[in-house]
Design a protein around this ligand. Sequence first.
Ligand code: B1M
Length: 211
Amino acid sequence: MSDLQQLYTAVLDGNARASKAIVEQALAEGADPQVLVTQYMIPAMDEVGRRFESNEYFVPELLISARAMKTALQIITPLLTAKGAQPIARVAIGTVKGDLHDIGKNLVSAMLEGGGFQVLDCGVDVAAEKFIEAIKTKQANVVALSALLTTTMPMMKTTIEAFKTAGVRGQIKVIIGGAPVTQKYAEEIGADGYADNASSAVTLARSLVSK
Ligand code: B1M
């Protein structure tokens, strides 16, 4: 079996070629894709963040680690995405206005698809209007908002307020998540729920649409 600690190191060092090769080898040897993500790749990104905070890493290092993470995720994501016959519900997902982080949002997206939801991915830096369009024209019944920056978290509140103004708030469930987001914040801004990781987002969305 591959030494999976090398996957952690490859993401931390921003070595996309190595992260791809290790993931391919590990999967060929029967590794669980979720274990690769949650036990090696996400902890590596957390360490990247810690090094950034302590001025050992700077934005270029963040970018190359993100590239190594994304390269490996391109192989893993299709394995998390199973195609169900009838979607449970349609989820419009995006990272809020002003925020460009998409790795966590993409993981949540893949897990929701794997969990039987139809996912409308609105991308990053998403203004409320784009979600409203997905609700009105694509009949999204759940909206999942992601934010990674404390400075963009308030856009979650702004987005929910815009749903109310547009008269669509009653048609949808709004779920939120991202590293700085909390359950308390979800309650404060009137979201329907908070999930702290990709699999709990699926459980949360399921429980909300079944109500
Ligand atoms: Co940024 N960045 N970054 N960054 N970056 C953070 C978030 C930071 C914590 C680093 C640090 O200082 N320790 C810090 C934010 C500090 C703060 O706000 N308090 C930070 C900063 C400051 C910045 C810039 C301002 C840096 C600068 O330019 N000076 C800048 C802002 C750009 C912008 O968005 N406008 C910036 C830029 C970038 C890059 C572009 C270089 C790159 C992103 C590349 C990309 O995403 N394509 C980047 C990266 C890579 C990070 C870190 C290192 C890693 C993020 C990541 O991908 N984690 C990050 C530090 C960290 O998080 N430890 C950091 C892995 C990912 C799987 O986890 O996204 O948390 P995460 O998603 C999880 C959960 O949060 C949850 O499920 C996911 C899977 O379990 N989840 C949801 C996420 N969304 C959800 C939605 C849901 C439910 C659950 O819906 C219901």
